[in-house]
Design a protein around this ligand. Structure first.
Ligand SMILES: Cc1cc2nc3c(=O)[nH]c(=O)nc-3n(C[C@H](O)[C@H](O)[C@H](O)COP(=O)(O)OP(=O)(O)OC[C@H]3O[C@@H](n4cnc5c(N)ncnc54)[C@H](O)[C@@H]3O)c2cc1C
Length: 592
């Protein structure tokens, strides 16, 4: 078994003194490149420097709801999105069904959700998410979103992503939130007492770095889909998870980081899979493969069939009514056929599974209280960036719960962050702060080289990404897991992790972003597989071929974290934890 604790890097981050932030990306041993020197000089002179009470990182529904809720507390809010707020992220591209049953159906939906969570979901959280979502959706309507009407009543069960996000953007501007588009955040700032104090990142279109000093920060920057091109997910590279852990936060349920979604094999990016509920499946020779149990699609069928050979789908189970729904409500899923001139109801098309990772998976930043706070004072998490274990156990939260989770946790996190920032008062921006980013940002190895007058090679971020994808994409590694395959992958990921400790390429803003992104993808893959290695059972999305049964005694959330030395911990679920107002956990010793 490889040791995951290789070297502990002692980082001595540059200190930032009261009020004046003027740090640069470190001038490392390898900064012999002329352009890089220019960029570093320009950065220090032109860096955008802002202050806010609350900084929200992200640009999807969770971030938008967080910013809205914080602004409603009367504090100054900045929101920084990697893309353009309104079109970036999974929801904007796909549209979502929402878990928002009317009150007479609450009990039914709550118990169904609890059942799906296989004794890991939390009844109290399911109820509060449903209630908050139900109460919030009329607000979006007030802000300009039009839900379909039935008998004169709004049916608030789903939304069109682009329209919903356009309305949320307009609302944020109306209530005075400052939006930084095309501004990926790269690292958090920490105060000397360990509380979070802002973040910094790059502005792609202005070719400069930026710093936001803030009293509190909400991480709402989505899950991690490993650049698989799943619909709307290529902005979601797990940056928030790395930022949280570097700041002292923890992750949870990362063994449920392997959600795969069906797509046509051509144009394998449209992972909105609803139409495939009406498909019949066949092999290369045209033999019917089944794939249904009691008339319902068997979720385990497709991965297993694809491991044996190509699989073809024809949507020939769709009735005329269903066809109308597919073509109208799920047009994005119908589009690839239309563009290719294929009639999906009569012609067979090859299908594949695309990794969505923790998007429509479950794992993410561990939240420790009702305000979606994390272990780091002043740091809050919402939406897919946070673990959705309370709603889903280790099952997928797709199909309604995740959209509701983004709406509700976004608001709780935004309110919590505003309260925290207010409690700091004027002290917030006077704190001595330092940047917490490590891998892919600055390299202790290169600093050592510099002191020895040696040059250090930069790592190739694209090669790192390909290396990570080679471990996490294949179904035989990530869908059907086993101890040996997990250990093999972890060893390879460990090598990649060592590489991202080298000198990051920082000639351009794009290089800076991509170096950091490579580090985040590597980190998330390691946490996912390390957690998978230590949960020795099969449960929902986490399938171990060497432990095929679900063990009813394994009723715990698995926390994980660590940078060079990974760890996991079992947080046992007691009946009190499912009902008490603030979650408490009984904790056993870490397993390294
Ligand atoms: C094809 C598909 C269909 C789905 N269908 C459903 C459904 O029907 N029902 C359901 O409940 N869920 C569904 N989901 C899941 C749902 O879309 C997500 O749960 C939801 O979008 C989560 O919102 P979010 O704001 O957390 O993340 P996202 O909507 O993914 O937004 C993440 C945001 O963070 C930004 N970001 C990323 N990194 C950074 C950074 N470093 N700095 C700044 N910003 C950053 C991104 O640009 C993006 O704006 C679906 C997902 C997919 C992919």
């Amino acid at each position: 078994m490889p040791t995951y604790a290789t070297k502990k890097h002692e980082i001595d981050p540059p200190r930032l003194i009261c009020g004046v932030i003027n740090f640069e990306f470190p001038k490392q041993g390898a900064t012999t490149n002329k352009e890089e020197k220019q960029l570093l000089t320009v950065d220090s002179e032109t860096e955008l420097q802002l202050t806010a009470d609350v900084l929200v990182i992200g640009g999807g529904p969770a971030a938008a709801w967080a910013a809205s809720a914080a602004a409603a507390q009367g504090v100054k809010v900045i929101i920084a999105d990697k893309g353009y707020l309104g079109t970036s992220g999974a929801a904007a591209a796909s549209g979502n069904g929402i878990m928002a049953p009317s009150p007479e159906n609450w009990d039914k939906v709550v118990s169904e959700r609890y059942r799906i969570g296989k004794n890991l979901a939390n009844l109290r959280w399911i109820e509060r998410v449903i209630e908050k979502t139900w109460l919030s959706l009329p607000l979006v309507e007030d802000w300009g979103y039009r839900f379909p009407k039935e008998n004169g009543e709004s049916v608030r069960q789903s939304y069109y992503g682009p329209e919903y996000m356009r309305v949320l953007r307009k609302h944020l501007l109306r209530v005075g939130v400052q939006i930084l588009d095309q501004s990926p955040a790269l690292e958090l700032l920490l105060a000397e007492d360990g509380s979070v104090a802002g973040a910094r990142g790059v502005q792609r279109q202005n070719n400069r770095t930026y710093t936001v000093r803030a009293g509190a920060v909400v991480l709402a920057n989505g899950g991690c889909a490993y650049l698989s091109k799943a619909l709307g997910c290529n902005t979601n590279t797990g940056d928030g998870l790395l930022m949280a852990v570097e700041a002292g936060g923890e992750l949870s349920s990362m063994e449920a980081s392997n959600h795969y979604a069906i797509s046509t094999a051509f144009n394998a990016t449209v992972t909105r899979g609803v139409p495939f509920g009406w498909a019949s499946y066949s092999d290369e020779a045209g033999n019917d493969l089944g794939g249904y149990i009691n008339g319902r699609r068997d979720p385990a069928f497709l991965p297993n069939a694809l491991l044996k050979g190509p699989v073809y789908a024809r949507l020939d189970r769709a009735t005329p009514e269903v066809k109308a729904v597919i073509e109208k409500s799920h047009f994005i899923a119908y589009l690839p056929y239309k563009k290719a001139g294929i009639d999906p109801y009569t012609e067979r098309v090859p299908v594949t599974l695309v990794l969505e990772g923790t998007v429509r998976g479950t794992g993410g930043i561990r939240i420790i209280n009702d305000s979606c706070g994390t272990k780091v004072p002043g740091l809050y998490a919402a939406g897919d960036a946070a673990s959705r274990e309370f709603l889903a156990g280790l099952a997928s939260g797709g199909g309604g719960p995740n959209a509701a989770w983004a709406i509700s946790t976004g608001q709780w996190a935004g309110e919590g962050a505003a309260t925290f920032a207010k409690s700091l008062g004027d002290r917030a921006h006077e704190r001595v702060v330092y940047p917490a980013g490590q891998a892919g940002m600055r390299s202790p190895k290169a600093e050592r080289s510099a002191s020895q007058s040696l040059t250090s090679e930069t790592f190739d971020s694209q090669a790192i990404v390909r290396g990570v994808q080679a471990e996490v994409f294949p179904l035989e590694k990530n869908y059907l897991r086993s101890e040996q395959k997990l250990l093999d992958s972890l060893a390879k990921l460990e090598t990649l992790w060592q590489q991202v400790q080298e000198n990051p390429k920082q000639d351009t803003v794009r290089d800076i972003e991509f170096s950091r992104r490579a580090a985040a993808l590597t980190a998330v893959a390691r946490w996912g597989y390390f957690s998978a290695l230590h949960r020795k059972e099969s449960r929902s999305e986490h399938i171990r071929i060497d432990y095929p049964e679900t063990d009813p005694n394994q009723r715990y959330y698995q926390a994980t974290g660590g940078l060079n030395k990974l760890w996991v911990r079992r947080d046992w679920i007691t009946d009190e934890t499912t009902t008490s107002p603030v979650l408490t956990t009984q904790t056993t010793a870490s397993v390294s």
